[in-house]
Design a protein around this ligand. Structure first.
Ligand code: NAP
Length: 488
């Protein structure tokens, strides 16, 4: 996994953490409209952060007991009068019921914390709708990506980022200041037109994982069917043997490493294709096709899924001897040997094959774990660029090489055994080798000095066929200028 995409900040916007222009705001009075889960958690966090809190409720007497004693719970209009910054912890559907407060709210900052139940539920964002209801107020969108639970348990136990947007810089700065005092990291998302995007964020379900998960499931399904045919259907049809018991463990366990290995090679394949494109066009400034761009951006997730499948394969493999079927087979073999009066069943080649196979498998899993751990933002942020690219690129490629060795020692000479071609289908491991071997071969070709140098030049900005100005000293000592093609 190259780190390009992983090194990017979570959001490509200005992070206001540590901004000296942000002044501490503790001590000021903050208003909260609403007395539900979010309002309560917000009030607790604000009080803990040193703010004075005044809560506006339709029924303050009934709700007062739910809030910390330091917070004042009063009627909505009373609360609004006491502060300039008001968090509107009320659902969008009830915004219109606040219109009676329009006069007292005039000139104040309203923080819209609301979320929707569906992505792009309404034409305009909730914050824009609130702004349209209260044109005399300044609306800031913020805090909606933080759950009531995170607010209550403190920023240390949840996502620390609070995304903020508004058309008013000063109001945005005030809310960012409050978020920072509460222990959150305010992230400036620009003007109010970003509110819709911010409101959609809590509703997205693993957006970056969709393609990698479908890819992994697709590969799993293909390899599972292939292995099922070879390991279960073939003996059933040809020898009338019932091997269906193999489906839950053995077939799954032969499928998982195939997925893990191919997925690992798919982490490096887009890099190879990108390099091919750069070599072919002789420039790094040409845009990659969208599908390649998408693929490059999903390498981290593909790598993590590869690790997940490899880890499952390790656990399944450790559990193989626990199965009843395995014990019966062992006893059966022992009985057969006794009947045939065989004393020595030691096959030196098999012993060595298995030792090497297990050892390289463990090393490959260890390297994959390292890649997975260093792709976590908190770890990745503690590495410099060289360390990160060494682990993700160099060690990752070594992991691919070792996994190839693991696969080859598993397959050994099976590819040359006629009996292994069930229904003329080659052993599964030979299929899994195709993409990884192509990637390894391409990497070897790219490391040849002539190609490596050209690729390096391209990545430093050199372009094929680009005309550059040159300046030459003339015989008289004067300088003459002209144009030439840089690739001459
Ligand atoms: P909730 O528990 O249902 O509270 C909503 C509050 O709105 C009520 O307690 C009520 O307080 C007040 N309200 C004012 N006018 C109302 C009316 N006409 N009808 C009904 N209630 C009215 O909801 P919540 O979970 O706190 O969520 C509040 C807002 O925060 C929502 O916009 C939600 O999207 C947002 N949010 C919540 C979370 C979360 O984790 N819960 C996270 C992010 C954002 P009074 O009866 O005292 O007036």
């Amino acid at each position: 996994m190259s780190g390009g995409d992983m090194a990017k900040p979570l959001l490509g916007h200005r992070n206001t953490e540590g901004d000296p222009s942000i002044r501490p705001a503790a001590g000021r009075t903050i208003g909260v409209l609403g007395s539900g889960d979010f309002a309560r958690s917000l009030a607790i966090r604000l009080v803990c952060s040193g703010f004075k809190v005044v809560v506006g409720s339709r029924n303050p007497k009934r709700k007062a007991g739910l809030f910390p004693s330091a917070a004042e719970v009063t009627f909505q209009a009373e609360a609004v009068k006491k502060t300039d910054v008001i968090f509107v912890a009320v659902f969008r559907e009830h915004y219109s019921t606040l219109c009676d407060l329009a006069d007292v709210l005039a000139g104040k900052i309203l923080v819209d914390v609301s979320n929707n139940t569906e992505i792009n539920h309404h034409k305009e964002s909730n914050a824009e709708y609130l702004a349209s209801l209260f044109p005399a107020c300044t609306v800031v969108k913020g805090f909606n990506v933080v759950s009531a639970w995170t607010l209550q348990s403190g920023a240390r136990d949840g996502n620390k980022q609070v995304l903020i947007c508004s058309n008013n810089q000063e109001a945005k700065r005030t809310v960012a200041e409050i978020a920072q005092v509460m222990g959150f990291t305010p992230v400036d998302m620009g003007c109010m037109s970003s509110a819709c995007e911010i409101e959609n964020i809590p509703l997205r379900l693993l957006p970056a994982w969709k393609i990698p998960i479908f890819l992994a499931l697709g590969l799993f399904l293909c390899f599972f069917t292939y292995n099922l045919v070879r390991q279960v259907i073939h003996p059933y049809i040809r020898e009338k043997k019932n091997k269906f018991y193999k489906i839950p463990v053995e077939v799954v366990n032969t499928t998982l490493p195939c997925v893990a290995y191919v997925m690992l090679s798919l982490v490096y394949l887009p890099g190879v294709l990108a390099a091919c494109s750069q070599l072919y066009y002789g420039t790094k400034y040409r845009r990659f096709p969208d599908w390649l761009d998408q693929w490059l951006q999903h390498r981290k997730q593909i790598g993590l899924l590869s690790f997940f499948c490899a880890a499952l394969h390790a656990v399944y493999s450790l559990c193989l001897p626990m199965r009843r079927s395995h014990r019966y087979q062992l006893i059966e073999t022992a009985v057969k040997q006794a009947v045939e009066k065989k004393m020595n069943i030691w096959v030196e080649e098999e012993v060595w094959r298995m030792e090497i196979y297990i050892s390289v498998g463990i090393i490959a899993l260890g390297l994959l774990s390292l890649l997975a751990i260093t792709s976590l933002p908190s770890i990745a942020n503690s590495l410099n660029w060289r360390e990160f690219s060494f682990i993700q690129s160099t060690l990752g490629f070594i992991a691919l090489l070792i996994s190839t060795l693991h696969t080859l020692t598993y397959g050994w000479s099976r590819a040359f055994d006629e009996n292994q071609y069930k229904f003329y289908l080659p052993p599964t491991y030979t299929l899994t080798l195709l993409v990884p071997c192509a990637v390894i071969l391409a990497k070897v070709i790219f490391s040849l000095p002539c190609i490596h140098q050209r690729l390096l030049r391209i990545r430093r900005g050199w372009e094929k066929g680009r005309y550059v100005k040159f300046v030459l000293p003339s015989a008289t000592g004067e300088y003459s200028s002209g144009e030439t093609s840089s690739n001459v």
